[in-house]
Ligand binder design. Structure first.
Ligand code: FAD
Length: 471
């Protein structure tokens, strides 16, 4: 370590105080990602408690050419929040100690929070105020709002309330030179020019450090109910979804697709889950409504019209909280089942809703053409056009011939998703994992504009280097 770097570290330690930084082995959980796939060395983990401290830390790093990796809950699934072995020396900037809910404003339907607030804690605070904060997903008990904003997180309520982008009204951000941009406005309408907050949402910490946010809250619908239906005409999935939308309107909160064989596997693996329906089908849908009244009647109307059209064969309505829970536990069990297969190729893809059925059919054709014994499994949020697509070899998990053809399959499926107008990164972001592949999704002009924005904000390239952009 050079004398200049040692001096920089002393400056950082003085700014942060004795409880505000970690070094040596204490940094272990901050320098490796959640799956143990990515990680690298850091000079120090900074744990500031205020925007002013963040700004002071950033100024010291800018002066000494030290890179900064902003980190929230470190639940990124693409290696976005940890140092890399390549590139400049860096610190991890953990927002975990900036976890105050600054205010809840029920008359304005907003909440102001610091970036290190856990997403589920924000939801709980909104609930206590009789309101709803929409963001919710498998890791929202650990993920922090600054990380969610920086990845434009999706999750379970996107169909009704939109992505994180739609939940953010204002932001405060420390820029790479240490200046603080105060955009903490609580406005639903503002036609005064470029809306800068949108640049930071989904920027994966490459343009600045989010320190506070004004979030949008919603009225809480008192009733919720789910219908589980056996699909008889998968080719008409888009029409089935359109019917649900037309029948339930804004009450529709989820429309999920689940493959029949994964349902059977989940029922075998988890005996506590009760089989919801005796009728066996290749596909099922879960349709959930939340509203003030008539949601059962709307679900019944949806079913009878879909049944008459020949699109569904049978269905069951959750008649109690435990039946409701049973249906969603079944849904949640599907994703982890993929681990049983060893090596599995996975996409979290989005396409226009009417391209979901073509994607399913053509992905199987594509994979089989490269490796005859390939199996495509998909499930996901039809209403968001978001499919979790997996491909694995039939027969022995991790079959060698399949392993040798993985790159070819990945390339072919990426191309297919793009040909259908889709994205290979519907959720989770780009991070390190997808930084090379995502180049193929953007036009030369988009890549040029993105690079220009990056160099305008961060000309020295010190904010989260090696992420989002292909070095
Ligand atoms: C079991 C599981 C289920 C998941 N399900 C979903 C899902 O359904 N939908 C979904 O979208 N994601 C999902 N994820 C991924 C992950 O939870 C989200 O990407 C989440 O938004 C990350 O939040 P975090 O606080 O953990 O951020 P981190 O992982 O710490 O960071 C993520 C990115 O944001 C940057 N960052 C973090 N904080 C800041 C800040 N304050 N300012 C600037 N940049 C910052 C980091 O540098 C990094 O690039 C899941 C993850 C797991 C483990």
């Amino acid at each position: 370590m050079t004398t200049a770097t040692m001096r920089a570290l002393e400056e950082l330690q003085a700014i942060l105080g004795p409880r505000g930084w970690l070094a040596g082995e204490d940094m272990a959980s901050f320098t490796v990602d959640i799956r143990g796939s990515y990680g690298g060395p850091a000079l120090l983990v900074a744990r500031p408690t205020s925007t002013q401290e963040v700004a002071a830390v950033v100024r010291v790093c800018a002066r000494h050419g030290i890179a900064i990796v902003p980190q929230g809950g470190n639940t990124s699934l693409c290696g976005g929040a940890v140092p890399l072995t390549e590139g400049a020396a860096c610190i991890v900037l953990s927002l975990a100690r900036m976890n105050r809910i600054v205010s809840v404003d029920p008359l304005n339907f907003t909440m102001t929070v610091e970036a290190g607030c856990i997403v589920d804690d924000i939801r709980e605070a909104a609930h206590e105020a009789g309101l709803l904060f929409a963001m919710n997903w498998g890791a929202s008990g650990s993920a922090m709002i600054g990380g969610a904003i920086s990845t434009n997180a999706g999750g379970l309520n996107v169909l009704r309330f939109g992505n994180t982008r739609e939940q953010v009204l204002g932001l405060e951000v420390v820029l790479p030179d240490g200046r603080v941009w105060n955009g903490l406005r609580a406005l639903r309408k503002d036609a005064s020019g470029y809306d800068l907050k949108h640049l930071f949402i989904g920027a994966e910490g490459t343009l600045g450090v989010v320190t506070r946010a004004v979030l949008r809250l919603h009225a809480r619908p008192p009733l919720e109910q789910t219908l589980y239906a056996a699909v008889s005409e998968p080719a008409r999935l888009a029409e089935l979804f359109a019917l649900a939308r037309a029948t339930a309107d804004a009450d529709l909160t989820a429309f999920e697709l689940i493959p029949g064989d994964m349902v059977e596997l989940a029922l075998r693996q988890q005996p506590a889950i009760v089989r919801p329906l005796d009728t066996r089908a290749h596909w099922y849908v879960l349709v959930r409504l939340a509203g003030r009244s008539d949601i059962t009647a709307k679900l019944e109307t949806f079913f009878s019209q879909a049944f008459e059209a020949g699109w569904v064969a049978d269905a069951v309505l959750a008649a109690s909280l435990s039946q409701e829970k049973n249906l969603w536990t079944l849904r949640e069990e599907i994703a982890p089942l993929r681990r049983l297969r060893g090596k599995v190729l996975k996409w979290d893809a989005s396409v226009p809703i009417d391209a979901i059925v073509p994607l399913l059919a053509r992905a199987q054709e594509c994979a089989t053409a490269i490796h005859a014994a390939s199996r495509v499994i998909a499930f996901g949020h039809v209403g968001d056009g978001n499919l979790h697509l997996s491909i694995w070899p039939e027969g022995t998990p991790g079959e060698l011939a399949f392993d040798a053809r993985c790159d070819q399959i990945v390339e072919a499926i990426d191309e297919l998703i793009w040909a259908l107008g889709g994205s290979i990164c519907a959720e989770h972001g780009v991070g390190v994992e997808n930084r090379r592949r995502v180049q193929g999704q953007k036009t030369a002009l988009e890549l040029e504009l993105m690079a220009a924005i990056k160099s305008l904000f961060d000309p020295a390239g010190l904010l989260n280097p090696g992420k989002l952009f292909n070095p």
